[in-house]
Design a protein around this ligand. Structure first.
Ligand SMILES: [Zn+2]
Length: 516
């Protein structure tokens, strides 16, 4: 049986976070009462004229800059002609031959791969090449009921960015990593909320297989209606097997479009190339071509530190592991909170702050269910940060730092209490959940729990002196260089103070008193 090579290209539609629509002033609002945000332009009424949304163009250019695309000096808008009830003016305004962005690429982040695939990444550090990014208007949203269809024009005319990759993706796992990485970059740039569940990011998959040793790509088959990260992986797996089975039977595959049925876990034929649309693109006479140089220059200063840059900086600046740096930079909210805490207490090791934040802090919040771990990918699902988990298994909610119940300063103060030896790590694990629950400062909780260590030199000296006097034989052992005897004294002092003595200080006092 010959081996087969899989080739995948993705077309991702991302809704932009603008306040108004692409060609009119109607507000963009997810979940509003149907057909309340409409006007003659976005309803496609005769004579209504489009006006360009500058913010949408800027956000698309910013995306291009983040992904290393180039921008033609002049871009234009074209009419894509077709008749469908969700587009009553019978054409969609899109971009054909002069889009806002060309080329570029999406770096695949290790942590965006499905969790089970992270240990065996075939092409580490791969950058998936992009063909283009263009800007168009979204269509209205149809909802099909048993015997009729309803339509909501709130979505009609909202800015939609289409990111088209080259056929440069080699596996279902890479497709997941591509979407996760892209989503993280879009969130970093603040250009889209990119929530697949809400339809803010939608994806069509072009997939073909060919026998190993052949160079010509197999028939391109497009999969529609994929609306979650896990569905993408399953859809690609199913379709790959279906196509290989067909080739094995000697069938010839033809270019076609298929619909993914998530419940049944299979694809079904929608249409073949013969009945594909001819969109008869032509330049929209209502919109002038656009010179891009000035806009591009005004957007350039807004290119943010990208996820991989932030990760590298965290590793270097804060000496955290590559894994911890990835989790800390998984969302802007979490990374900002971490840096807020670190800068609040320069006397506490940033690595310790990261340990407490990733293990105990987020673990505690997760166990309360009220908080969903922010990350770059897929279905809302609570994951436990104590167990290494990748983005592929986590959620889609961007966490603003307001979701953290205590300030970065208060959290850093807590870490200081533990790391300076004021309380033990075990006591810290008791204090932190109370802090997160009540919002009270660490010092107050430590006092209330009676955890305060005795660090008063005079008091400790008195305790040690008493024990030394009662155990002359052990004193002799310490003098003879027996380290175990030294530890025995520390243990006795801890016992005498009911565990509240600062062990470091006790050892120092014993050493000073016995050895001089
Ligand atoms: Zn409108």
């Amino acid at each position: 049986m010959p081996k087969y090579i899989l080739t995948i290209g993705l077309e991702v539609h991302a809704q932009l976070t603008t306040r108004s629509k692409m060609f009119c002033a109607c507000p963009v609002e997810y979940g509003a009462e149907p057909n309340t945000h409409t006007c003659p332009t976005c309803l496609g009424l005769p004579g209504a004229l489009p006006v360009l949304n500058k913010a949408a163009i800027e956000k698309t250019l910013l995306t291009g800059l983040m992904l290393g695309c180039s921008t033609p000096p002049v871009v234009k808008w074209d009419r894509k002609n077709y008749f469908y009830p969700d587009m009553p003016k019978n054409y969609q305004i899109s971009q054909f031959d002069l889009p806002l962005c060309l080329g570029g690429g999406v770096p695949l982040y290790d942590f965006a791969y499905p969790k089970d695939a992270q240990k065996s990444i075939a092409n580490p550090g791969k950058v998936v090449k992009l063909t283009r990014i263009h800007l168009e208007e979204d269509v209205a949203k149809s909802t099909h009921h048993d015997r009729f269809t309803t339509i909501d024009f709130n979505r009609a005319g909202t800015p939609l960015m289409e990111i088209v990759s080259d056929p440069d993706i080699d596996s279902a796992e890479e497709a997941v990593a591509y979407l996760g990485s892209l989503r993280q970059i879009l969130l970093y740039g603040g250009v889209s909320d990119a929530d697949m569940e809400k339809g803010q990011m939608r994806c069509d998959v072009n997939i073909s297989v060919r026998p190993e040793g052949t160079t010509e790509l197999g028939a391109k088959i497009e999969l529609k209606n994929i609306n979650s990260m896990s569905a993408i992986r399953r859809a690609i797996k199913f379709e790959t097997e279906r196509q290989i089975d067909a080739l094995e039977r000697g069938e010839k595959l033809i270019q076609s479009t298929r619909r993914w049925d998530d419940d049944r876990g299979e694809t079904t034929l929608m249409r073949t190339k013969e009945d594909a649309h001819d969109y008869r693109y032509f330049p929209d006479p209502d919109l002038l071509p656009l010179h891009t140089d000035k806009l591009l220059a005004s957007v350039k200063p807004h290119v943010p530190e990208l996820p991989h840059e932030k990760r590298a900086r965290f590793e270097q600046q804060y000496s955290v592991s590559a894994y911890d740096a990835s989790v800390l930079s998984s969302t802007l909210g979490l990374s900002a909170y971490y840096e807020e805490a670190v800068s609040a207490r320069p006397d506490v090791s940033p690595k310790k702050v990261a340990n407490w934040l990733l293990n105990d802090y987020l673990g505690t919040l997760n166990s309360k269910v009220s908080y969903v771990i922010p990350s770059v990918a897929t279905e809302p699902q609570t994951i436990n940060y104590a167990i290494p988990a990748g983005f592929g298994s986590s959620t889609s909610v961007q966490a603003p730092s307001t979701q953290f119940p205590i300030s970065g300063q208060a959290f850093a103060d807590f870490v200081y209490q533990v790391e300076s030896g004021k309380i033990s790590a075990a006591q810290g694990k008791e204090v932190l959940p109370v802090m997160l629950d009540t919002g009270k400062p660490a010092a107050e909780i430590i006092k209330a729990k009676g955890f305060e260590q005795v660090s008063d030199t005079g008091a400790l000296e008195a305790i040690v002196e008493q024990i030394l006097a009662a155990n002359p034989d052990k004193v002799a052992e310490v003098k003879g260089g027996n380290e175990k005897a030294m530890n025995w004294f520390t243990g006795q002092a801890m016992k005498a103070s009911q565990g509240k003595a600062n062990p470091k200080m006790v050892t120092e006092i014993v050493r000073k008193k016995v050895l001089g």
